[in-house]
Design a binder for this molecule. Structure first.
Ligand code: CTP
Length: 404
């Protein structure tokens, strides 16, 4: 209504329209304005007591309102690309041109919010028919070349909705890969897309599709098809489920588990090279490099232990991040898996009933010795040699007597 009063027209666009047509939940409100989105946002914010954030020179901003949450608002615009992988040149335009600059037909539909045509679907490229047919169709012959990250987006949507690439689209996708388009995309943008893939419920399916279309090797030669379609990747989903189930408060971030899966089996130098290529942020870099270098080494150490060496298993696994535990679980044989399961279920949560303060109160002098005594209490607890708080007190008193 407000838009209309200002001589502008508002449309709901993007993922929410697609997901309404498919019948899935989506809470991202993306609105395109034929007119001036920044102007309209200012008036809307004043009228509703909301605030406008992140204004850009492309005519986009975010409205943060109590009633609707965050709304993305954009002036209808058209885009052109100077060369593959470049960011687009942008010009204000109308809805049709705005839809035409998008990636797939299923993402190029709009719903009118104009009071006279409220709720009407605008579908100039046949997105609805493609949804019905379960097809992903690129809007332009040069769509992938203009922005090769759309290849990764396509795979993500294909996995999420169980869609397949329409034959012409697949041919263009393959041509773009043959020409090495993905190689010109920055690590940061590729990482962003890979991360989104790893966050999907159907991450495994999406990674499998990456392998099917030989996309990993076009990101970087150290990533072969086998990296995403390996036995380790197949075992990762059950491992994620198992560690989540049995780990109580330990929370493994699934997307990080999948991301690090790309590094499993790489040599140290290859892994460092890939982390650089993807421009991984600190935490991700650390987790991925750990998986490539430490999973095999930790498994060798684990293979030398048995159920009688609970304390040594705890010492080995305690410093490992939950995502690392998931990978160890996926990569290990039955014997090691049983040890990891016992660690998660029982041993990990064992701790002495005495704390540092009480150990000092019993006569151990403050300093590094306190830590050593607590560690020894843990060891004896895990060995079943101390079974009650009284046993622990008696042990500490004995040590104090021996030191005198
Ligand atoms: N888009 C595009 N090319 C890209 C990224 C986005 O053409 N590389 C277009 C798509 O048509 C998309 C719109 O910009 O519909 C908004 O992008 P985004 O919010 O990332 O995508 P959604 O379709 O909302 O996907 P999701 O459900 O994953 O949020």
């Amino acid at each position: 209504m407000l838009a209309r009063d200002m001589g502008q027209t508002a449309y709901l666009v993007g993922g929410m329209v697609r997901d309404l047509a498919i019948g899935c939940r989506n809470i991202d409100l993306d609105i395109v304005i034929e007119g001036d989105a920044l102007d309209l946002a200012g008036v809307f914010a004043r009228a509703t007591g909301s605030s406008v954030k992140g204004r850009t020179k492309f005519g986009t901003c975010k409205i943060e309102s109590r009633a609707f949450g965050t709304i993305d608002l954009a002036t209808a615009r058209s885009e052109s690309y100077r060369h593959p992988g470049a960011l687009p040149d942008v010009e204000a335009s109308n809805l049709k041109a705005d839809l035409a600059r998008r990636d797939f037909t299923v993402n190029a539909m709009a719903i009118s919010l104009d009071p006279h045509r409220y709720g009407r679907l605008l579908d100039p490229f046949g997105g609805f028919a493609d949804i019905s047919g379960g097809r992903l169709r690129i809007l332009h012959p040069a769509g992938f070349r203009d922005d090769p990250t759309r290849i990764l987006r396509g795979v993500r949507f294909a996995a999420r909705f169980g869609f397949t690439f329409e034959s012409g689209t697949l041919a263009r996708l393959r041509a773009c890969l043959r020409e090495g388009c993905v190689g010109s995309v920055s690590g940061k943008r590729i990482y962003t897309e890979l991360n989104l893939i790893c966050m999907e419920d159907k991450a495994r399916r999406a990674l499998g599709l990456l392998g099917k279309y030989r996309i990993p090797e076009s990101i970087d030669p150290v990533l072969g098809r086998k990296t995403v379609r390996s036995r380790h990747m197949r075992r990762l989903a059950p491992a994620i489920a198992r560690v989540d189930l049995s780990a109580g408060e330990v929370f493994a971030e699934k997307r990080l588990c999948w991301l690090a899966g790309l590094f499993f089996g790489l040599k140290r130098r290859q892994a460092a090279h890939l982390a650089d290529r993807l421009d991984l942020p600190g935490r991700e870099r650390e987790a991925c490099l750990w998986v490539s270098a430490e999973v095999p080494r930790t498994l060798v150490k684990l293979s030398r232990l048995d159920a009688g060496s609970a304390y040594r298993v705890v010492k080995l696994l305690r410093p490992v991040a939950p995502e690392g535990i998931v990978h160890l679980f996926a990569a290990s044989g039955r014997r090691e898996r049983n040890l990891i399961a016992a660690y998660l279920k029982a041993w990990r949560d064992v701790s002495p009933s005495l704390n540092g303060r009480r150990v000092v109160a019993l006569g151990i002098e403050k300093g590094p010795l306190v830590g050593r005594v607590l560690e020894r209490l843990l060891e004896l607890r895990l060995q079943g040699k101390l079974t009650s708080p009284e046993d622990e007190i008696a042990y500490v008193r004995r040590r104090v007597r021996l030191r005198r």
